[in-house]
Ligand binder design. Structure first.
Ligand code: FE
Length: 228
């Protein structure tokens, strides 16, 4: 137990439960907030926080985007509410005031700025609150040639980029979403998580947790980063 490491993106809450079971500590109480379970474990030397995998930013990053929650600019798609949490990978404590900078293709698989014209749709920045949480509103991204469905992310802390990654979706849920308009107007996608060359480099640890909320989906993940 001395060298227990979290080797996959699992919730710290689940890890807490696992620890409690493994240690036989029946009375161990853990906060129901994921970040609440972390520091206790770190302090006891039994947990090292999960570092989000670095992945290529790709060719479509445009810096200097707007600070805004809704990044759709009215473009169609299945509503997606993003709950992206930033924690310090060495302490598991939330990082307040981090700028979470996201960009992705629209429902038809097109990036703003990839042609002439609009350079801002499906792009935007939100600052994390005291619990490390940044909330954005978008639509489920469409696919484009050669890639599985993904969202790009950069995390800035104190003006420095501390993380560049990509976030992924469970394929069965994407399949369900893509049966709806406007996604269903396109041909079937060719690349899924299992045959995506970027996903292969740690993508499993960047899979968003998905739950349904009315007609929208809520997508959540905790990203462990180093502050500098
Ligand atoms: Fe991309």
């Amino acid at each position: 137990m001395d060298d227990l490491r979290v080797t996959r993106r699992g919730s710290l809450l689940r890890l807490g439960g696992f620890l409690a079971a493994a240690l036989g500590v029946g009375g161990l109480r853990l906060s129901d907030r994921a970040e609440g379970a972390g520091p206790e474990g770190v302090a006891s030397g039994q947990v090292s926080c999960v570092l989000a995998p670095e992945q290529t930013e790709g060719p479509y990053y445009i810096d200097g985007q707007k600070l805004r929650r809704d990044i759709t600019e009215g473009r169609p798609g299945v509503p997606l509410l993003l709950r992206l949490r930033v924690v310090d990978a060495s302490t598991c404590k939330p990082i307040k005031g981090a700028a979470v900078d996201i960009w992705h293709a629209d429902a038809l698989g097109v990036y703003s700025g990839s042609g002439s014209g609009n350079r801002t749709f499906m792009r935007g920045i939100q600052k994390t609150d005291a619990t490390g949480l940044a909330r954005s509103r978008s639509v489920w991204p469409g696919w484009y040639r050669g890639r599985t469905v993904h969202i790009h992310v950069k995390v800035h802390v104190g003006g420095n980029v501390v993380h560049t990654g990509q976030l992924y979706f469970p394929d069965p849920v994407t399949d369900a979403v893509f049966r709806r308009k406007p996604y269903s107007r396109r041909r079937r996608r060719t690349t899924r998580n299992a045959n995506d060359f970027v996903f292969a480099q740690g993508g499993k640890r960047s899979l968003l947790g998905i739950r349904k909320s009315g007609s929208a989906y809520v997508a959540s993940i905790t990203m462990g980063v180093h502050r500098s």
